[in-house]
Design a protein around this ligand. Structure first.
Ligand code: SF4
Ligand code: SF4
Length: 454
């Protein structure tokens, strides 16, 4: 390979010699993979927009309520106290991503990542519609500011701003739910001024990303892209160029590649896949479609660029399984099974009883000692639960502030109570006491804490 051939290694493809931005004008993709990707992206977009509206028995399907530290994921409620279960879920998810990447490379990036879906399937499509394909865009951008250019840019950026605001608000629905959002937008702006300004700022960031920063998120910012070097191996199935078949390239060469550079023209990150696996490749498959179309034109078999592994190119079709992804699959199965088990067997309520800070004990005239406690009960179910607290370990009397201990669904009950125990019952100045939480006469949880006395 000549020095000229490896110049792509010197700097990111979208950067010039002086470090300035080189705008990527990507040709509009066309072909079966692009159609499949468009259909898949419609489902992803529908899920993104529709998930916060889905209810199961009147309860949200997804709600990431950070303010109340309550998360509803696929209908299951997680509280801050469920950190362990959430950590298991996160670990399973990370391991799944690792397993998926080892096996199929950066497929997530090109097909399911919201950044790519919005850029390629929403913003880029609108751009093609208003400004035309890549050559027209280049001509428009490099030409003078004519009336046509001003109008096209004005329309495009107005639509982009509108979509960015819509995106931010859809994003917001995941965190506050549609009902709360609706109340907020109908209330006076002054009541939610800081929230409104944050919404505008986030919309501004989205607009800047999709209008100007674009593919640099995938090629320079995203940490997942950087992990490819350690996750991929020779059996990973990725978008790859069949160099055995394609080289030597050129119109008169012996290889099938006619060096038309159409695969480069269509690439949204601007790379040449013929240079081998590169960090910038998001496995979008646009070059697969484009090269297949070229191969059809020159009457050669399709698949010069295809989904395959290094092993597949070298030795023909081989299995996608290797020691690494087999091991990851076993660990993932164990971890996920443990998560499901923990989720299914977690108690319906979570109780915390602590002595009120700053108070010790009180000696009463009737020969009893009393301690004051703060009680917190989280109801993790979708039903209202009537509760009752009893002292299991000793004979004593509990006087609760307020009458009812009915805990609403997915809510937290907080109160204070006083526990009276006769002096004769106490053997030391710090006694362990055990409470039982009952619902309809059935013991559903126990809780141990301390009782102090003289
Ligand atoms: S599109 Fe296919 S034939 Fe054209 S340069 Fe790329 S690999 Fe070669
Ligand atoms: S090289 Fe091909 S698959 Fe990779 S990003 Fe470019 S067009 Fe998409």
């Amino acid at each position: 390979m000549s020095d000229k051939d490896i110049s792509f290694r010197d700097r990111p493809i979208n950067m010039d010699e002086k470090g300035g931005r080189k705008w990527v004008y990507a040709k509009k993709p066309k072909g079966k993979w692009y159609t499949r990707r468009t259909i898949f992206s419609i489902f992803v977009l529908l899920f993104f927009i529709g998930a916060p509206f889905i209810k199961i028995n009147g309860h949200p399907f997804i709600l990431l309520d950070i303010a109340s530290r309550k998360f509803i994921i696929f209908g299951a409620i997680f509280w801050a106290q469920d950190t362990f279960i959430l950590a298991l879920l996160m670990l399973s998810f990370v391991l799944f991503i690792v397993l998926f990447t080892v096996t199929f490379g950066r497929l997530w990036c090109g097909w399911a990542c919201p950044q790519t879906i919005f850029l390629e399937m929403v913003f880029r499509k609108i751009e093609y519609l208003i400004e035309g394909d890549y050559k027209k865009q280049y001509k428009l951008n490099s030409g003078p500011w004519t009336t046509e250019k001003i109008i096209k840019k004005l329309i495009k950026h107005t639509v982009f701003i509108f979509i960015s605001i819509a995106m931010t608000n859809t994003f917001l629905l995941w965190f506050i739910g549609p009902e709360k959002w609706w109340v907020m937008v109908n209330e006076p702006l002054s009541k939610h001024l800081s929230g409104f300004l944050i919404m505008l700022a986030v919309s501004g960031v989205f607009y800047w990303i999709y209008s100007f920063f674009r593919e640099q998120i995938c090629t320079m910012v995203c940490p997942y892209g950087r992990m490819q070097g350690v996750l991929l191996d020779s059996k990973s199935v990725i978008v790859t160029y069949d160099y055995k078949r394609g080289e030597p390239r050129g119109a008169k060469g012996e290889g099938d590649c006619i060096d038309c550079r159409q695969c480069v023209a269509v690439c949204p990150t601007g790379i040449d896949i013929r240079n081998g696996t590169q960090l910038e490749c998001i496995n979008c498959s646009a070059c697969v479609d484009q090269c297949n179309s070229v191969m059809r034109t020159v009457k050669k078999p399709e698949g010069l660029i295809r989904f395959d592994s290094e092993e597949g190119i070298k030795h023909g079709h081989t299995t996608i399984w290797n020691a690494r992804n087999k091991a990851y699959s076993v660990v993932l199965l164990i971890l996920f099974s443990f998560f499901v088990y923990t989720l299914l067997t977690r108690p319906a309520i979570e109780t915390t009883i602590l002595r009120t800070p700053g108070l010790l004990y009180q000696v009463n005239a009737d020969s009893t000692i009393s301690n004051v406690y703060n009680i917190k009960i989280i109801n993790k179910t979708h039903d209202k639960i009537p509760l009752e607290i009893r002292l299991l370990s000793h004979k004593g009397v509990i006087k609760m502030a307020g009458n009812s201990m009915d805990v609403k669904d997915q809510s937290m009950f907080e109160s204070t109570f006083i526990l009276f125990i006769s002096r004769a019952e106490l053997k030391s100045d710090n006694t362990e006491v055990e409470f039982g939480i009952y619902s309809n006469g059935e013991l559903i949880e126990t809780y141990k804490t301390s009782f102090v006395s003289p």
